[in-house]
Design a protein around this ligand. Structure first.
Ligand code: PEP
Ligand code: CO
Length: 473
């Protein structure tokens, strides 16, 4: 029997079993930090959160597409203007490619301004017979392999708040400067040399033509609203519950609690127990939520989770982010899609092709093969298409840097090159070229599915789709 707490409060999760939380050596110190965080200003406003929920609901109904991407684990040392600017630019580039390729407006969500905590499969890391607590993200402990660094320190939550605040502030400043307007796409070139891509340059000039055309239709040359405002939303995993509940605030206007530390939170694969603390916390806030779905999740479990988190069946509230692995997706995804549809549950489907495709090399480095990642994306897309469902989003771990963490792709990172520029503190990320290639190939596959669909109907309608898809011609 499912045990749901009868009365919810921002701290009612404390009555449930919590996975993946650190054991802070000094509970009083933890309480002092939480009390300070509770006094800090909120980072986002409920109206932005509700807007995002609406947009995600539209993506669930096939009218939009979500690009959610960013770091596996943000690091405090990366809280710098230029690094944040590049993260924003690559997210905008990927969103632009998807807008162009799918002919749909895109919702851009960064794994940014709060993605500081990591769930770990192993509590302990052993090196040269020394065993220490695993690194759990900068919000919990330090990456350096020493007893002092690996000790969980609650003061890190204040640093995380500070970094989230500064990151979001700079993102908003860039937005205010017009950087995120589609009309400014010339400014989306990355600061580093490797950041130029001929494919992106070509799409950019085609988009510029289209944007110029659209603005010439406006009354005074102004861009239609959807082109001139292109906000980037923030998200992170709801992992460190003392931090999350401290940033949870009541909105009198909406008569609801919101997590005002970010726009979107997701429930991790390792913490999605129906009667666990993380589900208990998330069920009471009004933010849009992601739920990571791994390959061993049964359709029944998925249904129960959705019902617990979205009892009113509201569009946009739940995004199911499947991360099944390229070898399993073809078998596991169809029963999940069918079960959700049969139960009439309103969800948005997204595909995380990263977390089911991690392999460890003989030297201990973790990697992901680009081919496996690509294959999970394409199989997921095809399964949804064949079942009459819409895969409404992609969830990626990537970076604007030229890292060598994932093997393959046209840029051709080889297995023996991984150590050349491996920077991740946690999971291997797609580099700039690999990220663009993935989104382009996803869009190409969409185009052929769309063309194939009408091919059987009539030659005339096929031509209509072809010309609609050729956009700038
Ligand atoms: C993540 O997205 O960083 C993550 C750990 O995912 P999952 O919970 O799906 O393993
Ligand atoms: Co990860």
């Amino acid at each position: 029997m499912v045990r749901i707490q009868p009365k919810w409060s921002p701290r009612s999760w404390q009555n449930c079993v919590a996975q993946q939380l650190p054991q802070y050596p000094n509970p009083l110190e933890l309480e002092r930090v939480v009390a300070q965080l509770e006094q800090r200003p909120a980072l986002v406003h409920p109206s932005e959160i509700l807007k995002l929920k609406h947009l995600i609901g539209e993506a669930g109904q096939g009218r939009r597409f979500i690009v959610q991407a960013g770091e596996c684990a943000e690091r405090f040392i990366d809280c710098q203007s230029e690094v944040i600017t590049d993260k924003l630019k690559i997210l905008l580039q990927l969103s632009l490619l998807a807008t162009h390729g799918l002919r749909k407006p895109v919702v851009s969500i960064g794994r940014i301004a709060g993605q500081f905590g990591k769930p770990r499969s192993d509590d302990i890391e052993t090196r040269d017979s020394q065993a220490l607590p695993s690194y759990r993200g900068d919000i919990i402990n330090g990456f350096e392999f020493s007893p002092a660094a690996r000790r969980p320190d609650p003061h890190r939550m204040l640093d995380a708040y500070q970094c989230a605040c500064a990151t979001l502030n700079w993102m908003r400043a860039l937005g205010e400067s017009g950087l995120t307007d589609l009309s400014r796409l010339r400014r989306w070139v990355l600061s580093s040399e490797h950041g130029s891509s001929s494919v992106f340059d070509e799409i950019k000039s085609r988009m510029e033509e289209s944007v110029a055309l659209l603005s010439s239709w406006g009354s005074d040359g102004a861009l239609p609203g959807f082109l001139s405002r292109n906000p980037v939303y923030t998200s992170h995993e709801a992992l460190l519950l003392p931090f999350e509940s401290a940033l949870t605030r009541w909105s009198e206007e909406n008569k609801s609690y919101f997590n005002l530390g970010t726009h979107f939170l997701w429930l991790g694969e390792r913490t999605k127990h129906l009667d666990g603390a993380h589900v208990e916390y998330l069920r009471g806030i009004a933010n849009p939520l992601g739920v990571k779905i791994g390959p061993s999740t049964s359709p029944r479990e998925v249904i129960s989770l959705i019902q617990a988190l979205n009892p009113t069946n509201e569009w946009g509230r739940v995004t199911l982010i499947t991360r099944l692995g390229s070898g399993k997706v073809a078998d596991v995804l169809p029963p999940l899609v069918n079960a959700v549809r049969d139960a009439d549950l309103n969800v948005t489907w997204s595909c995380d092709p990263m977390h089911g495709n991690i392999v460890r090399m003989s030297d201990g480095l973790k990697t992901r093969y680009f081919d496996s990642i690509m294959s999970e994306v394409l199989v997921s897309q095809k399964v949804h298409h064949d079942l009459g469902s819409w895969m409404g989003g992609l969830h990626l771990e990537m970076t604007a840097d030229d890292v060598t963490e994932c093997v393959g792709g046209e840029s051709g990172v080889k297995e023996n090159q991984l150590a050349l520029n491996y920077q991740s503190y946690c999971d291997p990320r797609l580099n700039y070229a690999q990220s663009l290639e993935l989104v382009l190939r996803f869009c190409d596959a969409y185009k052929s599915l769309a063309l194939h669909e009408v091919a059987s109907e009539s030659v005339v309608s096929q031509r209509v789709v072809e010309s609609a898809l050729s956009f700038s011609s």
